[in-house]
Ligand binder design. Sequence first.
Ligand SMILES: Cc1cc2nc3c(=O)[nH]c(=O)nc-3n(C[C@H](O)[C@H](O)[C@H](O)COP(=O)(O)OP(=O)(O)OC[C@H]3O[C@@H](n4cnc5c(N)ncnc54)[C@H](O)[C@@H]3O)c2cc1C
Ligand code: FES
Length: 275
Amino acid sequence: MKILNKETLIDTGGVRIGKLEILSQDIALKARPGQFVVLMTSEKGERIPLTIVERDLSKGTIKLIFQEAGLTTKILGAMKTGDSLYSLVGPLGHPTEIKKYGKIVIVGGGVGIAEIYPVARAMKEAGNHITTILGARSKDLLILENELKSASDEFYVATDDGSYGRKGFTTDILEELLGKGKYDLVYSVGPIPMMKRSSMVTRKFNTKTIVSLNAIMVDATGMCGCCRVTVGGKTYFSCVDGPEFDASLVDWEELTKRNRIYDDKEKHICRLNIT
Ligand SMILES: Cc1cc2nc3c(=O)[nH]c(=O)nc-3n(C[C@H](O)[C@H](O)[C@H](O)COP(=O)(O)OP(=O)(O)OC[C@H]3O[C@@H](n4cnc5c(N)ncnc54)[C@H](O)[C@@H]3O)c2cc1C
Ligand code: FES
């Protein structure tokens, strides 16, 4: 689990996004778009899930992109080329169903852009027409723009502050596109409010929409129940039943509340360890 390469993609002082290339022949061999790994930085560290963004079969490596959110991602951000992770498990979760749908809109917000990249590439290779919409708070926080452009037939960017592309939200562009033409699938990954709003928009046009949920995970093998989500009135474990679900059926209020469960403790632990 050696880190062969560590890059900082974004460092604005407030926001840091890093990229790791990790040696793991077995995971590289089996990984499919939509799947993730769970890693630990040290023996006493917590387990965190991160999406497998790319794999390189010739080198036996996988690439992960992560935003520093709290303690574990900050520790990960401080690791260097040549360091080793304590543990790495994967690939986990169901892969995305890659097939020819026809016209697909792929929406990525914030670090969710890293998660849509492997799906956009695979869907394009499967012969779909890909329209990509990327969203970020401002231009300096946008990642993988060129990579996603080359996987897309049509490409749009929205920034909250209007510093690049259209001023506004990805879902404004989504609504306009769906109002003008028929699409066969929408795939949306990003902050919960963005995925929830995507679902509200696509419901109006009756367009099937898949989201990848970022429920809090612990073991990620279906044993602990931490990643419980309600979809269509039924309980699922996001790690083994997902992480992708039909957006129109997700109980967004419950997911939002559950993702805040440990907020106070995380801030406390983060302060103790960082200061
Ligand atoms: C399937 C899946 C794929 C993900 N892929 C990516 C990715 O490619 N890049 C990326 O930057 N982030 C990704 N995330 C989110 C990432 O796991 C969290 O940012 C990370 O766990 C935060 O840990 P922390 O200790 O640094 O921050 P904390 O301070 O512990 O948490 C910050 C926030 O992150 C979430 N979080 C915390 N612990 C977990 C956990 N064990 N599982 C899930 N969410 C948690 C909570 O909403 C919390 O409020 C993914 C999450 C899931 C479920
Ligand atoms: S993380 Fe424990 S059941 Fe999904």
